[in-house]
Design a protein around this ligand. Structure first.
Ligand code: KG4
Ligand code: ZN
Length: 337
């Protein structure tokens, strides 16, 4: 079974061909980073135009790398949401056009489902498992019980974790995107010099919150001499990163407790999303997994961040169950799992 996947919901234009043996046969991801960098963040209009400009070429390239023609595909899958609507429209329309022209089924994939099922592509694990999805747009803990069967144990009540990293980087003058810059600065800093709050720590439930921590970090930066010295910036980043890691660990520990209680046969704690690139966070989660008896799994970084292989794979999983869509599917800017 061969499925073409298309992703365009944020600032990566991507296409990939994946088969039902968990092989990625052809894959391309084009990051729009340089186009958005001058603006210090993603500009939806710029993103949509860029997806439109590059999508057909990337699809052709993914097909070429896979060494197949459209006639050999079993389906075409495209991210149907949630995301920046201009980009989602480009991907959905491309997917529908290709499906119609080649007479193949069309699948509209929930981008979050793509992230949620990636560990089955990379590690072949069975359901159920616990997923921490932490990206620029989302921060959620999900029990993944099957294709289309997800229980949200916790979500952010304000900002996503990656968004907080990006804002702190901006405030500390470290540029965009913030996560890698904050991590790099933090490596040279003392996490104990400043004390920042651990949002939600000890609170019931498994929800996240990062806006209070973001504000506390802003006040801390404002209290320091300007321009911020390299050491001050490093110490602020180290303190912020530790606060995020501890907050996420506290929420995840609670989710694991709930997950183990309700799903005693579940064995894995999986991460997805760009924030999963953070080494300090990974280290915390590995320790947490070991403490709680769940095996920690992280897909390779390029499959944690936005990509089309995860969309094609979600397409494979859905197609196997006969869950196809039709060409009347309308792109969804919001689409909770
Ligand atoms: O999953 P992703 O590539 O895109 C979506 O948001 O869907 O995630 C991007 C987010 C950005 O907010 C970025 O700052 C964050 O992931 N990020 C990191 C790191 N690398 C990327 N956050 C913390 N530490 C990192 N090393
Ligand atoms: Zn994503």
């Amino acid at each position: 079974m061969l499925v073409l996947g298309i992703e365009s919901s944020c600032d990566e234009t991507a296409a990939a061909v994946v088969d039902d043996q968990r092989r990625i046969l052809g894959e391309v991801v084009l990051s729009q980073l340089e186009e958005h960098r001058p603006f210090g963040g993603i500009v939806p209009e710029v993103a949509a135009r860029s997806h439109l400009q590059h999508m057909d070429r990337l699809v052709a390239e993914a097909m070429k790398r896979a060494g197949i023609g459209f006639a050999q595909l079993d389906a075409v899958a495209a991210t149907g949401g949630p995301g920046l609507i201009g980009g989602v429209i480009v991907g959905v329309m491309t997917g529908k056009a290709l499906a119609l022209a080649s007479g193949k089924p069309f699948l509209a994939i929930n981008h979050l489902e793509g992230h949620a099922l990636t560990a089955r592509l990379t590690h072949g694990i069975d359901f159920p498992y616990l997923l921490l999805l932490a990206s620029g747009g989302h921060c959620q803990l999900l029990a993944v019980d099957g294709v289309g069967r997800y229980s949200r144990l916790g979500t952010t009540i304000d900002d996503a974790a990656g968004e907080a990293f990006d804002k702190v980087a901006k405030m500390a003058g470290l540029g965009y995107p913030g996560g890698p810059a904050v991590e790099q600065a933090a490596a040279l800093g003392d996490p104990k010099r400043f004390s920042l709050p651990r949002p939600m720590k000890g609170k019931p439930g498994c929800d996240f919150s990062f806006s209070g921590l973001k504000n506390a970090t802003r006040l801390l930066i404002e209290s320091l001499p300007k321009p911020l010295s390299g050491q001050d910036a490093a110490d602020v980043c180290a303190a912020f990163q530790l606060a995020v890691a501890e907050s996420i660990a506290d929420r995840t520990r609670r989710a694991i407790r709930e997950f183990r209680r309700t799903r005693p046969d579940g064995r894995h704690l999986v991460v997805a999303g760009g924030v999963a690139a953070n080494t300090a966070l990974r280290q915390t989660l590995i320790t947490l997994g070991a403490e709680t008896g769940l095996e920690f799994l992280a897909p390779p970084l390029k499959l944690c961040t936005d990509n089309a292989a995860m969309i094609a794979w979600a397409g494979v999983e859905r197609l196997r169950l006969g869950l196809v869509d039709d060409l009347t599917f309308a792109p969804r800017p919001r689409w909770p799992l």
